[in-house]
Write a protein that binds this ligand. Structure first.
Ligand SMILES: Nc1ncnc2c1ncn2[C@@H]1O[C@H](COP(=O)(O)OP(=O)(O)OP(=O)(O)O)[C@@H](O)[C@H]1O
Length: 269
C-alpha cells in the first residue's frame, strides 16, 4: 500500500552544520509514528521540512503521493498541501491570534478550504464537537481558556483543512500530566474517528509509548534506532536509546541533591 507520507534520504544543512542527516521513513494511512530524541537532535527541523516551513538541502518528501520537496509555487498549491498535512506546536498561545474568538479562528481556517459559508459553519460545529469545545469556549478569546482548552483549539484549527497527516511537535509537553492524558486520549479518539495519521515528535518516552505504534530515535540529526514502539522501549538496542530510557523518572524516583538545588535555584533569564 502507498504510504501517506514518505521521507527519503532527507538532509538539512545550516551552513556547515548538518541538523538532519539522511533520514528516511514512511507512515501508512491511519498509523502513528513517533520521533524521539533529546533537544537539538533535529526533530523540529525534520517537522518543519515536512510541512514546508524549511526546504530540504537534499532528499525528498512525498505526501499523499505528491512530491513536496520544493516550496509550493502558488496559493493554490499551498492550500492543496495544507489539506495533506498540518502541524500542532507546543505552545498554542503563540500560534493563536489573541484578538480572535475560537469561533472566528476556526471559521477562518475552515473557509480557506470550504467555499460555501454555511458549509464552513457546519464544519466549525463538527470540529468543536471533535475536540469537545463547548459554545462558551467557542465565544472566548484564547486568554480566557486553559492551556488544555487552547491546545484543543489548536488541534481543531489544524484539522479544519481535513489533513491526512498531523504532525504534533511536543504538542503536550507544556501541559500538566492529567491534562496531557486528556489530550492524548482525544488524539487517539480523533484518529479512530477520522483515520488520520500522526507524526508524533516528543522527548517524552511515556507519551510516545502511549500514542505511537512505531518509533524512530534521532541523535544529532541521525536515526540511531527504529522499530515497533513497545519492543524498542522494552529492549532498546542502541546505547543512546538505553540512555534516554534510563533518564526517565520512575515511580518512587527522587531527584538527587544536585537536581533539587538546580530545580530550586531562581531563574536567571
Ligand atoms: N535556522 C537554523 N539555523 C542554524 N541552525 C539551526 C536552525 N534551526 C535549527 N538549527 C540547529 O539544528 C539543530 C537541531 O535543531 P532542532 O530544533 O531541529 O532540534 P530538536 O530535536 O527539535 O530540539 P528541541 O526539542 O530543543 O527543539 C540544533 O543544533 C539547532 O541549533
Amino acid at each position: 500500500m502507498t504510504p501517506v507520507l514518505a521521507v527519503t534520504n532527507l538532509t538539512k544543512r545550516f551552513g556547515a552544520f548538518t541538523a538532519v542527516d539522511d533520514v528516511s521513513f514512511e507512515i501508512a494511512a491511519g498509523a502513528s509514528v513517533g520521533i524521539v530524541g533529546e533537544s537539538g537532535s533535529g526533530k523540529t527541523t525534520l517537522a518543519r521540512m515536512i510541512i514546508g516551513l524549511e526546504t530540504p538541502t537534499t532528499g525528498s518528501i512525498s505526501c499523499c503521493g505528491n512530491d513536496r520537496s520544493a516550496p509550493a509555487r502558488s496559493t493554490r498549491a499551498r492550500r492543496a498541501r495544507a489539506r495533506e498535512t498540518q502541524i500542532v506546536f507546543q505552545d498554542p498561545y503563540a500560534s493563536l491570534d489573541p484578538h480572535q474568538t475560537v469561533r472566528q479562528a476556526l471559521t477562518e481556517a475552515a473557509s480557506l478550504h470550504i467555499a460555501d459559508r454555511r458549509d464552513s459553519e457546519a464544519r466549525v460545529r463538527e470540529l468543536a464537537d471533535l475536540v469537545a469545545i463547548d459554545e462558551r469556549q467557542l465565544a472566548s478569546v484564547p486568554k480566557h481558556l486553559s492551556g488544555g482548552q487552547r491546545q484543543r483549539v489548536a488541534i481543531a484549527r489544524a484539522l479544519a483543512a481535513g489533513p491526512r497527516v498531523l504532525v504534533l511537535d511536543e504538542s503536550v509537553a507544556a501541559l500538566d500530566v492529567s491534562i496531557q492524558a486528556q489530550i492524548l486520549n482525544l488524539l487517539a479518539d480523533i484518529r479512530d474517528r477520522t483515520g488520520i495519521s500522526y507524526l508524533f515528535i516528543s522527548h517524552d518516552l511515556a507519551v510516545i509509548r502511549q500514542v505511537t505504534e512505531y518509533s524512530i530515535v534521532m541523535r544529532t540529526g541521525v536515526v540511531v534506532e527504529r522499530g515497533d514502539t513497545e519492543t524498542l522501549l522494552r529492549t532498546p538496542a542502541h546505547p543512546y536509546t538505553q540512555a534516554l530510557l534510563a533518564s526517565v523518572p520512575r515511580p518512587g524516583w527522587k531527584p538527587s541533591r544536585k537536581e533539587r538545588s538546580d530545580r530550586d535555584a531562581p531563574d536567571t533569564d
